[in-house]
Each structure stands twice: as structure tokens, then as C-alpha cells.
Design a protein around this ligand. Structure first.
Ligand code: NAD
Length: 249
């Protein structure tokens, strides 16, 4: 399959988990893929890494300039970099609220601002944001993280509207708990990792965690010409967690 042949994609947070799976799939389907990450590390061929902290406007601008200088164009932006935070509203101070919103929300804004002039020149322009089931589900002890992903959902809808005239589609995916290094770190920190894994799996009706590749499938679909009529969509990849939620008596 080569539906991305001749196109250039940027994937933030593309050195691990969902971002890495997405970058690999886009490359397998013909895209030239630039991975922007705090720690791009040793990426598999043919991915190209660019060190970039999405919380720095100067680094984001420089990275997008470097990608376009290297590959000559930009067609697909996958805003995937994100960080977590635990606790209810009393669990994090102002500094932590600013830090997480800065990475998870303003990071996507910075990337989009830098990418838009290039995307406007593409006939296949698309942005896909990695949101979360946390935007909808009222997860326990995730107030800050949920607020950040609620903002990503609203940002996706606003951008889809604003950039209709530019013919830039903007969509998001909403993963449930996905089996990535991020979740691996959470499990390692739990008192009983196996029990914690089972509890996370049990809250998804399919009874298992979703895989990074399953989330990447959805991102790649939304970025692809197959989704040419889709903008402003939020696609859940959550083992039925949201769609099949208990709806009361
Ligand atoms: P991960 O920790 O495996 O990968 C995240 C990547 O983002 C890492 O390579 C990291 O270096 C990079 N990153 C972090 N901060 C950055 C910054 N400031 N600038 C640039 N890069 C940065 O995580 P993952 O599980 O693959 O999560 C990816 C996205 O999916 C996140 O937005 C997360 O909120 C979302 N998500 C994950 C799950 C899940 O269960 N894993 C569920 C819903 C949503």
C-alpha cells in the first residue's frame, strides 16, 4: 500500500508507543516521516528523528523548518506527544497544571501554527491529534490529564471548522488504555502490577488493553485519502469503553 507516496508526515512523540507505531505505519505506506521527540534516540529505518520539545515555540519552529528544508514539503501532522498526571483537582499545583496543559494542548497549537503555512500548500493536508477517552469518560483521579484531553477534543473541532477553507482536515483519536511504554511505567510503579493491569483491562468492555498499532491504524486512516470526507471526528479506540458505557436505568 502506498497511499502516502510523495507525502511528508511529522509525528510528535514519535519515538515511543503510539507515536512510534504511527510513524512506522506511515512510512510503510510510502510517507517520508519526521519524528519530533524530546529523545528521538535510535529510530528504525527509514524514520528520521528531530529533537524537539513541543513546549518550546523556538524548538517547534526550528524543527518544522528543518523538516521542510530536508523533505521539501509537509502534508500530514500527527500531534501525539503528551504527558500524564494523576490526582483529583487538589492533587496538582498551578505549576503542574501549566506544565501539562503546555505540553498536551499548547504543544499541539505550536505545531499546528508552524505547520499550517506548509499544509495549506498540500492537496492532501491533514492533522490528527492524539486525544484520549479521558476527554469523555470522567476517569477517577485524572482531573488535570482529563482537562488537557478535553481541550484537545475542543481544539480539534475548532481547527476542523477554521481550516475547512484551507482544505485541511482535522480529526482526533481517543484511545482507551493502550499497552505502551507509558502504561508500562505506570504498571511498574503500582504495588501489584499484574492486578493493576487486570483492573485497567477490565474497565474496557473487550477485557484487554488496546495495542499501540490499533491506535496507529486509526490515526493513519484519518490521515489518509480514505478519510477524505472526514473532518472534526473523534474516533474511539478503547475496547468499547465509551460507546458501551453503562447508561443508567
Ligand atoms: P509514550 O510515553 O510511550 O510516548 C510518548 C512520547 O512523547 C515519548 O517518546 C516522549 O519522549 C515524547 N514526549 C513527551 N513529552 C514531549 C515533549 N515535551 N516534546 C516532545 N516529545 C515529548 O506514550 P504513549 O502511551 O505512546 O502516548 C502517546 C499519546 O497517546 C499521548 O498524547 C497520550 O496522552 C495519548 N494516550 C495514551 C494512552 C495510553 O493508554 N497509552 C491512552 C490515551 C491517550
Amino acid at each position: 500500500m502506498s497511499e502516502f507516496e510523495g507525502l511528508v508526515a511529522v509525528v510528535t512523540g514519535g519515538a515511543s508507543g503510539i507515536g512510534l507505531a504511527t510513524a512506522r505505519q506511515l512510512a510503510a505506506r510510502g510517507a517520508k516521516v519526521a519524528v519530533l521527540d524530546l529523545r528521538p534516540g535510535d529510530l528504525p529505518e527509514p524514520l528520521t528523528g528531530f529533537r524537539c520539545d513541543v513546549s518550546s515555540d523556538a524548538e517547534v519552529t526550528a524543527a518544522i523548518d528543518a523538516v521542510v528544508a530536508r523533505f521539501g514539503r509537509l502534508d500530514v501532522l500527527v500531534n501525539n506527544a503528551g504527558i500524564g498526571a494523576a490526582g483529583d483537582v487538589t492533587g496538582n499545583g498551578d505549576d503542574e497544571w501549566h506544565r501539562v496543559l503546555d505540553v498536551n494542548v499548547v504543544g499541539m497549537v505550536r505545531l499546528s501554527r508552524a505547520a499550517l503555512p506548509h499544509l495549506r500548500r498540500s492537496a492532501s493536508a491533514s492533522i490528527v491529534n492524539t486525544c484520549s477517552i479521558a476527554a469523555w469518560a470522567g476517569l477517577p483521579q485524572r482531573a488535570l490529564y482529563s482537562a488537557s484531553k478535553g481541550a484537545v477534543l475542543a481544539l480539534t473541532l475548532a481547527m476542523a471548522t477554521d481550516h475547512l477553507p484551507d482544505r485541511i482536515r482535522v480529526n482526533c483519536v481517543c484511545p482507551g488504555t493502550a499497552d505502551t511504554p507509558w502504561v508500562g511505567r505506570l504498571l511498574d510503579a503500582a504495588a501489584d502490577p499484574e492486578a493493576e493491569r487486570a483492573a485497567l483491562a477490565a474497565r474496557q468492555p473487550m477485557g484487554r488493553l488496546v495495542t499501540a498499532d490499533e491506535v496507529a491504524n486509526a490515526i493513519v486512516y484519518l490521515a489518509s485519502p480514505a478519510a477524505a470526507s472526514t473532518t472534526g471526528a473523534a474516533l474511539a479506540v478503547d475496547g468499547g469503553m465509551y460507546g458501551l458505557r453503562p447508561r443508567g436505568p
